[in-house]
Design a protein around this ligand. Structure first.
Ligand SMILES: [Zn+2]
Length: 242
């Protein structure tokens, strides 16, 4: 565990040597996430902000850990655990006092322990942008990727191009609740499962979706329409999501 422990921090790669020196020897008082931003709060008033981006990744080990590879941007070690962060998009320190403002720059996180659906619903309902765009806008809501976007809109029978302002708050509450359940299934199974088939016994864990990257709608049998929105492929059933 890193949280609650005195941490030694080094930057084997050297690119974060100064930052690592600032938190080296401090206690990690807690960790958090805002969307895909990971936060480590330290006892000296500094927060380490990590965003992995597309190519970044973590390697976690129990102690004694292997020596770090020289691509490791930062290594965080407690007496029992070691985390290497490699190739992150963002690796920076910021004052913990600035965290409330930082958090507000991002939409509520669907997986947060203190969910704030009303903030996301208000942001959606004041926008004329299509719901398919709003769901992937980190300023509006955090946690939905391209697969979940297609699936949740299909499950809620929502046309992806419906403007945020035209959707009832109650419908958005239902969308939030169902999306949160799907993400929790994802965390528990480590797989994207949106078709209700969560029994993993004896089976290979793979994506189980309804319409994402599929040709035909499982409900009506009609052709799934593929289009581009914000550079990502959007799937929807023109009949079920009219
Ligand atoms: Zn359909």
């Amino acid at each position: 565990m890193i949280g609650g422990n005195v941490i030694s921090a080094i930057s084997p790669q050297g690119r974060f040597a100064e930052g690592a020196a600032v938190i080296n020897g401090a206690t990690c008082e807690g960790t958090g996430a805002v969307g895909k931003h990971l936060l480590y709060h330290f006892s000296n008033g500094q927060t380490l902000h990590i965003h992995l981006g597309l190519g970044g990744y973590f390697v976690c080990q129990s102690q004694p850990a292997d020596p770090p590879r020289d691509v490791v941007r930062i290594r965080l070690e407690s007496a029992t655990h070691c985390i290497d962060i490699i190739g992150p998009n963002t690796c920076e320190l910021m004052p913990t006092a600035e965290m409330p403002a930082f958090t507000l720059r991002y939409g509520p996180d669907l997986l947060s322990d203190t969910p704030e659906p009303e903030r996301a619903i208000a942001a959606i309902r004041k926008s004329r942008a299509p719901i398919a765009r709003l769901l992937m806008d980190q300023k509006v809501i955090s946690g939905i990727g391209n697969i979940y976007r297609a699936e949740i809109l299909w499950l809620r029978k929502l046309n992806p191009m419906t403007r945020g302002v035209d959707i009832d708050a109650d419908d958005l509450r239902d969308l939030w609740d169902e999306m949160r359940q799907l993400l929790q299934i994802g965390v528990e199974t480590n797989a994207i499962i949106t078709n209700g088939n969560v029994d993993m016994t004896g089976e290979e864990i793979t994506e189980r979706t309804n319409i994402f990257a599929r040709d035909f709608c499982p409900t009506c049998g009609g052709a799934i329409e593929k289009s581009k929105l914000s550079g990502r492929t959007l799937y929807h059933c023109p009949k079920c999501q009219a």
